[in-house]
Design a protein around this ligand. Structure first.
Ligand code: UD1
Length: 418
């Protein structure tokens, strides 16, 4: 188990580049199962989760070659199996994204049931209900979910919740079906849109991307393509918070601020301004003038749950009382006790965290309980008065590429140790 040792309070300045979006990369990689041929993917982040998805694709028989730092050549010469094993699905829930493309391409799939995870129960009932509505028969046996469909037929579907990977799975299942599928109450996240744009480049006919009504007209055949993944809006948001708390001398590069509208508005409410120059963003922030605020996490375009933990560190630095209400996941405040150990005064009642600032963050030995909790503790460590030892950093490496090296390059004192 690795750890980060962070010496806080250093001046940070320089350019901090943003990687490709993890949550766009995973469905797009899974989608290369849908048609035979050679794909080229660029701006793929070097992450543990991406490695797991690549292993899964190799298990199905795909050949994957890294041709540059963030570019891959993926050759699909036909699938050797239609079963996703426990070892790979159990370590990454997003592995379930192979179900849609396998059903579309081969009319059959067997995927180990994803278990629970640190941030909640995370069911997949909406994915399965949607597959059934498209004509698949679903069976659960021996810890596997198997789906079969001779022909998938387009259908008008209502998603009980705009689930992100659920919408992606259903888009991928529907693209080769007969007729038209309409997904109502679909997820509007930019990553869903990116997957749709990738599929359209392959010859799919998908409209309404970025809205809650996605229309998929089934096509006979899809063709592989070359594609550039969008930048990671969650990573960009994480770095913007870090910059706001450390004087604003960091230039965050490779940002699409259009994907961060709610986040930007809430930070402006706090008193943080943004200087946007193409894909480069700098914040203008004076910690002494920040005002407390209340935030609710919601599906896109609402405030992202994946920035909740990092934003709590920001709110903890502001004089007065702020509130953060988490409505997407039921168990997503596990970073709060760790932040309190570092000096914060945060109380949790139900799904609301009540944050009393300002905080004089002090280094402590803490634990990353999940990916975004880990990112928030890195920020807290970097603004602390002394040394923080952050354990379980495997979670962080699932979602942030070469974080230590990139932070060191802007002056942070952070190192990895076994
Ligand atoms: C995706 C993101 C994750 C992000 C989350 C919410 C990927 C790989 N991961 O996860 O980083 O935090 O969106 O923005 O893209 N739900 C059901 N039934 C279902 C599916 C979901 O009840 O069949 C519930 C979940 O329990 C949760 C809520 O819907 O409470 C949102 O989950 P969902 O949007 O599916 O998240 P993921 O796609 O797993």
């Amino acid at each position: 188990m690795g750890k980060y040792i962070i010496q806080g309070g250093k001046t940070l300045s320089g350019v901090l580049p943003v990687s490709g979006a993890k949550n766009a990369t995973l469905p797009i990689l899974a989608c290369t199962l849908i048609a035979e041929g050679t794909y080229f993917l660029n701006n793929v982040p070097a992450l543990k989760d991406v490695e797991v998805m690549i292993k899964l694709l190799e298990h199905f028989g795909l050949k994957i070659e890294k041709i540059a730092q963030n570019s891959y050549k993926i050759i699909n010469n036909g699938l050797q199996t239609l079963e996703a094993p426990y070892e790979l699905v159990s370590i990454m829930r997003a592995s379930f994204l192979v179900m849609g493309p396998l059903l579309a391409h081969r009319g059959e799939a067997r995927v180990s049931m994803p278990g629970g995870c640190a941030i909640g129960n995370r069911p997949i009932d909406i994915h399965l209900k949607g597959f059934e509505q498209l004509g698949a028969t679903i069976k659960t046996e021996h810890g596997f979910i198997s789906a079969k469909a001779k022909n998938l037929i387009g259908k008008e579907i209502y998603l009980d919740f705009p689930t992100v990977t659920g919408t992606e799975n259903l888009i991928m299942a529907a693209v080769l079906s007969k007729g038209i599928t309409i997904l109502n109450n679909a997820a509007r996240e930019p990553e869903v849109e990116d997957l749709g744009n990738f599929l359209n480049k392959m010859g799919a006919k998908i409209t309404g991307l970025g809205t809650d009504r996605i229309i998929i007209e089934g096509v006979e055949k899809l063709f592989p393509c070359e594609y550039n993944i969008i930048p990671d809006r969650i990573e960009a948001g994480t770095f913007l918070i870090l910059s706001a708390l450390t004087g604003g001398n960091i230039v965050i590069k490779g940002v699409n601020m259009e994907h961060l509208t709610s986040f930007k508005t809430k930070l402006e409410e706090i008193g943080i301004n943004f200087k946007i120059n193409g894909d480069e963003v700098q914040v203008q922030a004076d910690l002494n003038n920040f005002k407390p605020t209340n935030i609710i996490t919601l599906p896109y375009p609402g405030f992202p749950t994946d920035l909740q933990a990092q934003t709590i560190v920001l709110l903890a630095m502001i004089k007065g009382n702020s509130e953060m209400k988490e409505t997407i996941f039921e168990n997503r405040f596990r970073h709060v006790p760790e932040l309190n150990r570092m000096g914060a005064n945060i109380k949790i009642e139900g799904n609301v965290a009540s944050i009393n600032g300002p905080t004089n963050f002090q280094g402590a030995e803490v634990e990353a309980t999940d990916l975004r909790a880990g990112a928030c503790l890195v920020i807290a460590g970097l603004i602390s008065s002394n040394t923080t030892i952050l354990n379980n950093i495997e979670h962080i490496e699932r979602g942030y590429e070469n974080l230590v090296e990139r932070l060191q390059a802007i002056g942070a004192e952070i190192k990895k140790s076994e």
